[in-house]
Design a protein around this ligand. Structure first.
Ligand code: Z5A
Length: 219
């Protein structure tokens, strides 16, 4: 499976996705621990961001500002940050045979800019091909939760960023877009019910990772 989706087949590319406050940060640490139990020490990274320049673009994207950011500006900044991240960090790591564990990637673009902002999917797909060529994640874990619960968790953390100021309707569209992507490719996508208690969420992740690892080790 991984050889079809990831031309840098010596390494493995895993991404973690979900709506606001779904518990990505908490569970990425757990996914790393699962990988460590297989003797794998993944490169940890995130989007937007992952390199100095891409982190600067992230700051531009997240900061609330008086001048509203045009949707196309947002989309192009996200892919600009991604191009830099791929060139400087992700692709070199995969080419060296390393595993990469990334907090968000292009599924977030389909969910937030495609679902949330209602931008045309074919525009996103065109940019995806331009920036990534054939590179796609080998495994995408989508943490799924009712947006109301995620927003409650996230808003306890302090000042909301530009995305966190969006409406509940926006996050409902984001969630629906993630669910649709997961349903289209159940082998490459793992949809996790993140509304459960943390130990149940982690159990579900561990089971899914074990199934992925046995498929991966069999190829
Ligand atoms: N974005 C985009 O629009 N397009 C793109 O292509 C990309 C990104 C790549 C920044 O992402 C923004 O970029 C993002 C979309 C946009 N904005 N939004 N929304 P980010 O990943 O940095 O931002 P984030 O979604 O706000 O992630 P976060 O702040 O790191 O939240 P989280 O990692 O999902 O949640 P957490 O900090 O792990 O958990 C939140 C709280 O819930 C915390 O107190 C936990 O202890 C608690 N928690 C976690 N799990 C549980 C369970 N199971 N039960 C109870 N409590 C729990």
């Amino acid at each position: 499976m991984s050889n079809q989706s990831n031309p840098h087949s010596r390494g493995c590319f895993i991404t973690v996705e979900g709506t606001e406050g779904v518990g990505k940060t908490t569970n990425i640490a757990w996914i790393r621990q699962c990988l460590t139990s297989y003797g794998i020490d993944p490169v940890m990274t995130r989007e937007p961001g992952g390199t100095n320049l891409s982190e600067e673009i992230r700051a531009l994207l997240l900061e609330p500002r008086e001048e509203p950011m045009a949707e196309m500006t947002e989309l192009l900044l996200i892919f600009a940050a991604r191009a830099q991240h791929l060139a400087r960090k992700i692709v070199p790591a995969l080419d060296q045979g390393q595993w990469v564990l990334c907090d968000r990637f292009t599924d977030a673009t389909y969910a937030y800019q495609g679902g949330g902002r209602s931008l045309d999917k074919s525009t996103i797909s065109h940019l995806e091909t331009l920036v990534q060529a054939d590179l796609r994640p080998d495994l995408v874990l989508i943490l799924d939760i009712e947006p109301e619960i995620g927003l409650q968790r996230a808003r306890q953390r302090g000042e909301p960023d530009r995305f966190e100021q969006e409406t509940l309707q926006f996050f409902r569209r984001v969630r629906a877009a993630y669910q649709e992507r997961a349903s289209q490719d159940p082998t490459r996508y793992l949809l996790i019910d993140a509304g459960q208690s943390l130990d149940k969420v982690q159990h579900q992740i561990q089971t899914g990772m074990a199934a992925f690892m046995s498929r991966r080790l069999a190829t």
